[in-house]
Design a protein around this ligand. Structure first.
Ligand SMILES: [Zn+2]
Length: 104
């Protein structure tokens, strides 16, 4: 099986969303805080419900899950993007979020 290259030097991590310990690229955090969209309280996963919008703006979602023999569990999701697409992402995302907070 071909091994997928997951992290190249050109990829930027915009967010690492894990229960109670999410971290965000300062540029994304600024967009989120300015949007007025509330943080989720879904198992302490900040802005977790916005993942589809991150994808539509050009980012990729990578799920980290652990298997421990008798059980497996979700660990985190990483939001990554080609560095060349970051400027587009930071322009497109606020426009999408404005549609969430300004109905009609
Ligand atoms: Zn684990």
């Amino acid at each position: 099986m071909e091994r997928r290259v997951r992290h190249t030097e050109a990829m930027t991590e915009l967010a690492h969303i894990a229960p109670g310990q999410s971290t965000f690229d300062p540029r994304l955090l600024a967009v989120l805080e300015a949007s007025g969209v509330e943080k989720d309280d879904f198992e302490e996963l900040d802005w977790f419900s916005l993942l589809p919008f991150y994808a539509l703006a050009g980012a990729s979602i990578e799920t980290e899950a652990h298997a421990h023999g008798d059980h497996a569990h979700f660990a985190a999701v990483r939001v990554v993007i080609d560095e060349a697409l970051v400027a587009h992402f930071l322009t497109a995302l606020p426009q999408m979020l404005a549609q969430l907070t300004q109905p009609g």
